[in-house]
Design a binder for this molecule. Structure first.
Ligand code: A2P
Length: 275
């Protein structure tokens, strides 16, 4: 396993397992973050219309000098665009900001009731036209997925949802895995709110292995087979988060981390979000 390790999605498209997350990188910081990440070897960037970082991702990639097909770009359709039935328009705007004519992975950001099925059907058309290489969803619980699968022509390639050692979501993970839907972890470090990286067991393990708690957690995600999207706007931490391919956690260490689960959700709940 190395920074170029890719996972094969259910349509054969290969996705780099480690991505730079770009939610909440402050205005203007994204371009540099993307450039630093590319220098460190990252080739997958996760953005969204809602994050306001599509332009920065596009500019950072352009300034790096890499060819379009050397990077993997994920973006997402926002809830209001779904409600206003402007899926195609929003998709075109995302392409413009990203400075590209296709997206590698296009996701529904939240399962907006009554809207996610017609939205997905338009995404299927864009996929058939070759404008999107793979389609998927975020924040779908099992019942959302069951509803979608009743009409979907293509099984989603991924489901992106909050996952970290305090919120392992093992049931959802297994359900998706059985359907060939790959799991992507957002807030993989528990984001600062959960204080995950200060958990004594993780701090102790990190000291023992001569790593940081963040590196231990990223490595845990990788060994779980999860596509992991740690976000950072800080050069040292972007580099640090990529230095996770020269050690492995033992089965006991993986079990210890799995045992930290408390079903502690830090982000909004897909069952009752109000935006
Ligand atoms: P920063 O951008 O200043 O590096 P998550 O991806 O779980 O939401 O976590 C992202 C948060 O964790 C950001 O606030 C980010 O801050 C911080 N972060 C990212 N990488 C590390 C790291 N290696 N160690 C500590 N904090 C980190």
């Amino acid at each position: 396993m190395d920074i170029n390790t890719k996972i094969k999605l259910n349509n054969g498209v290969e996705i780099p397992q480690l991505a730079l997350g770009t939610a909440e990188i402050e205005d203007g910081g994204t371009v540099n973050a993307v450039k630093w990440a590319i220098e460190a070897g990252y080739r997958h960037f996760d953005t969204a219309t809602y994050y306001n970082t599509e332009q920065g991702v596009g500019d950072g990639i352009a300034q790096s000098g890499l060819q379009r097909d050397e990077v993997f770009i994920t973006t997402k359709i926002w809830n209001d665009d779904m409600r206003q039935h402007r899926v195609e328009a929003s998709f075109e705007e995302s392409l413009q900001r990203l400075g590209t004519d296709y997206v590698d992975l296009y996701l529904i950001h939240w399962p907006v009731a009554g809207e996610f099925i017609p939205t997905y059907q338009i995404m299927e058309k864009l996929y058939e036209q070759g404008r999107i290489r793979a389609i998927g969803v975020c924040n779908f619980n099992q019942h959302h997925m069951e509803e979608l699968l009743q009409v979907a022509k293509y099984v989603p390639a991924v489901n992106q949802y909050e996952t970290h050692p305090k919120m392992t979501q093992e049931g959802l993970r297994q359900y998706c895995r059985d359907l060939g839907i790959r799991n992507e972890a957002y807030s993989p470090l528990g984001s600062p709110r959960a204080q995950l990286l200060k958990t004594p067991a993780l701090v102790e393990l990190a000291e023992k292995r001569g790593r940081t708690p963040a590196q231990i957690v990223i490595r845990w995600h990788l060994q779980c087979g999860t596509i992991v999207l740690p976000k950072s706007g800080n050069k040292e931490r972007i580099i640090q988060n990529s230095q996770v391919f020269d050690f492995a956690l033992s089965a006991e260490e993986m079990a210890l981390i799995n045992g930290l689960n408390e079903n502690q959700r830090i982000g909004p709940d897909p069952e009752n979000f109000n935006f």
